[in-house]
Design a protein around this ligand. Sequence first.
Ligand code: ZN
Length: 198
Amino acid sequence: MEMYSGQIGKLIEELAALPGIGNKSAQRLAFHLINMPKDKVDRLAHVMMEAREGVRYCKECFTLTDRDVCPVCANAARNHKLIMVVENTRDLAAYEKTGKYEGVYHVLHGAISPMLGIGPGDIKLKELIARLEGDVDEVIIATNSSLEGETTAMYISKLIKPTGIKVTIIASGVPVGGDLEYIDEVTLLRALEGRIEL
Ligand code: ZN
């Protein structure tokens, strides 16, 4: 990045290290930031710091939130006996956007991947099992339809089966290898409604 002065180069380098941002986008963002009014840059930096410091796991579902218990878990109108297991907070957001799911969630923060050395102990699985000691009617597995997502789904269903709790998996209307967060709401709802018992 020698064509830019040190500070600009450094900014571009930091931005380019973020997921989904290539060198070109990083340059565009960097010049945008430099041309922004100073108070707006201040505000952006401030919300980033605040979010980084204030955000934590929900005590119940482990989604990312700035409260002890996230708004979904805190909502008494939701069906707390229906738990949908998702890989991450973005997947939860995708289902929330449909506005049609009335249960609660459990966020694993990843999926089992022998290739990457991610085992059952590395995601929020024992936390899920602990929740099943409460009053639960059904667990809906909504992991991604990648190899990792499917490995995780199988693992979870094997864990839950002996408890006698109903386990379902969302229908495969979801394209193979597709990340839930990129799938449109109609497809998500169809996948949810067409879920199959394991
Ligand atoms: Zn929660």
